[in-house]
Write a protein that binds this ligand. Sequence first.
Ligand code: PLP
Length: 446
Amino acid sequence: MTAGLVPSHLFYQSRLRRPTIARAEGVYIWDVEGRRYLDGSSGAMVSNIGHSNPRVLEAMREQMNRATFGYRLHFENEPAEQLASVIADLCPGDLDRVFFVSGGSEATETAIKLARSHKLAVGETTRWKVISRAPSYHGCTLGALAVSSYDPLTEPFAPMMREMPKVPAPRCYLDRDGLDPEQAGLRYAEMLRDRILAEGPESVLAFMMEPVGGATTGALVAPDSYYRRTREICDEFGILLIYDEVMTGVGRTGRFLAAEHWDAMPDIVALAKGFGAGYAPLGAVVAPQRIIEPVLDAGGFAHGFTYAGNPLACAAGLAVTREIVAHDLMGNTARIGDLLKAGMEGLMARFPFIGDVRGKGLLLAFELVADRQTMAPLPAHLDAYVRLVDIAYERGLIIYSRRTRGGREGDHFMVCPPMISDENHVDEILGKLTESLQVLEAQLNL
Ligand code: PLP
């Protein structure tokens, strides 16, 4: 790292100095010393269609030769208009109006501000609280942090934020009280209802959640009953349901939106990560006309970023989404995801310290514990979540990990290779994971 570059705190997690990237192609990345890594987490669940896709690069080159910027108050641009129409077609139900941003934190903040603008426009001016889940991560800007619950990132800035109410994330796999999963899902949903009543329903604007958990809950999937009931509860009190699909959206779970796995549609969706897929910073908020129209009638959405709808970023996003559709990458994700998940579940027989395997499509994770019966976490001082990532890294496999401090959960690891992965990549991932878990087992005497 050069003297001028400021690293983020995450850099300090690892004991290894990270190498410099030389090139990347498909599911692989090479460093400047020629070592090859399988990108088993698509970076931070971003490089969904793999690296250096020639058609995406060509589309970007073509756009670069035309125009890389036209300020949105001065010009419309074709890539943005085409991309909005493709997204409207790919999104389910009435989700057909698209507001572009440049990343995930911008997307979640925009979703919150759109919700508030909508409620103001329809005269429900007392609503401002956004209930979200603990733990959760919705971005690192102050507004997005206020609806997040992840101590290492939220605590230092707590005095600067108006902290929003939280309800427990539905980590039913930790509850060992004999409830069947559907009942357990309902119990977590009722916690939302209780919290709304405690806050005063007329003060609550929205409920925001990741339909499949990201980094803080490690690919958490709730029982079906949870999705249905949280939708009903939001409807009961006129509260908007926002899905943060920054990580899950654009095909990562095998459907364009993860919301499509359940019969409960959100009112507003935030997208990013796999939308630009590592080719360009790109995000979006998608909402139905019934949400947008009152805002426009009341004078417009008082919000927007300089780079929003940037023609180069949108040309990249358009080529990425076309690639996903043309090569049925969502179908591939569902198929290869099932195979990889079955392989990870198979590892549980060999390694008793794997407590849980979960996720959907190619948004998968496993969790290490001290005791599978009680799900007691490994002692924090072992730093398993850092060690295993480093061990795998040295063997040419990149995975992504977190330990959410203050929670009951253990160390979890996201295994989320690009949506173009095939059977051979699954074999390579499982082989390297097995080897890495053996080394960890020996190092920590597990
Ligand atoms: N929301 C979720 C679910 C995320 O996983 C992330 C990033 O990890 C964000 C929002 C923030 O996205 P960005 O880092 O692009 O601002």
